[in-house]
Design a protein around this ligand. Structure first.
Ligand SMILES: Nc1nc2c(c(=O)[nH]1)N[C@H]1C(S)=C(S)[C@@H](COP(=O)(O)O)O[C@H]1N2
Ligand SMILES: [Mo]
Length: 393
């Protein structure tokens, strides 16, 4: 592809904020400190988690960069940035969460395979770009199409990065055609993040944003879009990012028996406290985030300061000055809520958070019940320990 180039080594990585916790250096995988994550509703780009499977590609010449749309009437259609910029621009506030968020905690039950993450493989950004539904209409696919006249039902996104899981080939994923062509699904080809040009780490010059769905389907550094009959057969759709029951191990696993994970389940985590905290016997503030997939709002966040025996409800917020109502149109439906509760801590205890979405889905109490060998979707109640004491002792 002229204009955009995949690299085979890590000699041209961008610079990153020094406070990030690096979970893997090459490929670069890093997350912010818990307290930085909840210091604002919109996550600053430098504090947004970075999840990569290979070296970050480089743009040699933006004018030459184009996305090929393949699968229609035999000939690829080339879309240049000027074609994308001409389409109506939408800004969508959407939370991206890696399916591996909170994996480290799951690995404490039994070992799992994958990059370890604390609770911050998630972020909320204002993405700016063209709607995929408009782009597909431009090449002749009508809005809200379930299937094309030639029987294609999926839209595949192919990148240019070299991933070892793909034997040096690019990262790819697909979504159903109906989601891609439905303007209400808000799937974007994004060129901006928080009002600035997308940076290299997050997919410059163009990435897909699939709101409400695990981060793995939001392909960065887009090279081509294929309109296809079957869902993408790539590694990250077929042999990764699938949820298995606790009984499945590496000896009895059968990948085709499970669907690729799409929507993410209801999730929350406390970010104002570490796993183990030494506090003075006084009121403390419990702050964190809650999010659900599929555009489902957060109905409630419950906080317990006695290990889950009794609960109080936390307050929730998104935008300043706008009260958050779980199913209201004034909300950012694809975005997380931040929650806050004050608690008196008379003795050493366990503080717990659990969220409920508008469909009444609740986080499971124990990580053991949802343990899976790839360590994905750890949405168990988030528990932190507090010990009463004086930090100068
Ligand atoms: N081309 C490409 N796209 C990709 C990935 C990747 O490694 N390569 N990682 C995916 C995964 S698993 C996640 S969680 C998100 C992370 O996006 P971010 O780095 O902008 O936070 O990008 C997705 N898109
Ligand atoms: Mo991910």
């Amino acid at each position: 592809m002229p204009g955009l180039r995949g690299l085979s080594d890590y000699s041209q990585e961008p610079s990153r904020h020094p406070s990030l916790t690096i979970n893997s250096k090459e490929p670069f995988n890093a997350e912010p400190r818990r307290k930085d994550l909840v210091s604002s509703y919109v996550t600053p780009v430098e504090f947004f988690y970075k999840r990569n499977h290979g070296p970050i590609p480089v743009v040699d010449d933006l004018d030459k960069y184009s996305v090929s749309v393949i699968g229609l009437r035999g000939i690829p259609i080339e879309l240049f940035m000027k074609d994308i910029w001409k389409l109506p621009k939408y800004t969508v506030t959407a939370t991206l969460q890696c399916a591996g968020n909170r994996r480290t905690a799951m690995s404490k039950t039994r070992p799992v395979k994958g990059v370890g993450w604390d609770v911050a493989a998630i972020g909320n950004a204002v993405w700016g770009g063209a709607k995929l539904a408009d782009v597909l209409e431009l090449v002749g696919i009508p809005k809200c199409s379930r299937v094309t006249p030639s029987g294609q039902k999926h839209v595949e996104f192919v990148s240019i990065d070299k991933c070892k899981e793909e034997n040096g080939g690019p990262y790819k994923a697909s979504i159903p055609l109906i989601q891609a062509t439905n303007p209400e699904a808000d799937v974007l080809l994004a060129y901006e993040m928080n009002g600035e040009t997308l940076n290299r780490d997050h997919g410059y010059p163009l990435r897909v944003i699939v709101p409400g769905v695990i981060g793995a389907r939001s392909v960065k550094w887009l090279d081509s879009i294929n309109i296809i009959v079957e869902e993408c057969q790539g590694f990250f759709m077929q042999r990764d990012y699938k949820m298995f029951p606790p009984s499945v191990n590496w000896n009895n696993i059968s990948w085709p028996t499970r669907r690729p994970q799409m929507d993410f389940p209801v999730q929350s985590a406390i970010c104002s406290l570490d796993d183990v905290n030494l506090v003075k016997p006084e009121k403390i503030t419990v702050k964190g985030y809650a999010a659900s997939g599929g555009g489902r709002g957060i109905e409630r966040v419950d906080i317990s300061v006695d290990g889950g025996k009794t609960w109080v409800e936390a307050s929730k917020s998104q935008k300043a000055g706008v009260p958050y109502i779980s199913d209201d149109e004034s909300n950012d439906k694809w975005a997380w809520v931040l929650f806050e509760a004050e608690a008196n801590i008379p003795q050493s205890t366990e503080i717990v958070a659990k969220a409920v979405d508008v469909a009444g889905n609740v986080q499971p109490a124990n990580v053991d019940d949802i343990w899976n060998l790839r360590g994905i979707l750890n949405t168990s109640w988030h528990r932190v320990q507090v010990r009463i004491g004086h930090s100068n002792l």
